[in-house]
Design a protein around this ligand. Structure first.
Ligand code: NI
Length: 171
């Protein structure tokens, strides 16, 4: 396993639509393991391959680690096949959007079909934080950031802040 650098917005690679994984092989398992290591090191609860500049539909999540448990989950080619009409608001942040948090409203429960780390088809019914996190990560695979769900003004302010921070870093 190896930690990899996380792309920071604004970056055109974060806007790319990722492609389906054609076959779950050793390379994909290595990618998923690297993603988990990168996510844990950054103290995140989810990460999409897009955030490492890899345009493939792979997501890792662990929403249990906050309680000192480790429940790494790997989702390959995840697809939301059902979403509740009922919505919930979560305050979201993102490893690619540092130092910005805001409320995002999404369906409170979803049903997701995906391939696991062994390439086996699985179906997961999720609600609450896990459902929110999965929707946030699947958004990444479609080139969407959580700030894209905010009002135009809030999004513009966030991008300004990120661009400034990047300039400072490169100066
Ligand atoms: Ni994110």
């Amino acid at each position: 396993m190896a930690k990899r650098p996380i792309l920071i917005a604004p970056d055109p690679r974060l806007k790319e639509v990722a492609k389906d994984v054609p076959k779950v092989d050793a390379d994909i398992r290595r990618l998923a393991d690297d993603m988990l290591e990168t996510m844990y090191a950054a103290e995140g609860i989810g990460l999409a391959a897009t955030q490492l500049g890899v345009p493939l539909r792979v997501v890792v999540i662990d929403v249990a680690q906050k309680e000192d448990k480790f429940e790494p989950m790997v989702f390959i080619n995840p697809k939301i096949v059902w979403a509740s009409d009922e919505k919930a608001v979560f305050q979201e942040g993102c490893l690619s959007v540092p130092d910005i948090w805001d409320d995002v409203e999404r369906p409170i429960a979803i049903k997701c079909e995906y391939l696991d780390r062994d390439g086996k088809p699985q179906t997961l019914e999720a609600e609450g934080l896990l459902a929110d996190c999965l929707q946030h990560e699947i958004d990444h695979l479609n080139g969407t950031l959580f700030i894209d769900h905010l009002s135009r003004l809030k999004r513009a302010m966030a991008i300004k802040k990120l661009t400034k921070a990047k300039k400072r870093e490169n100066a």
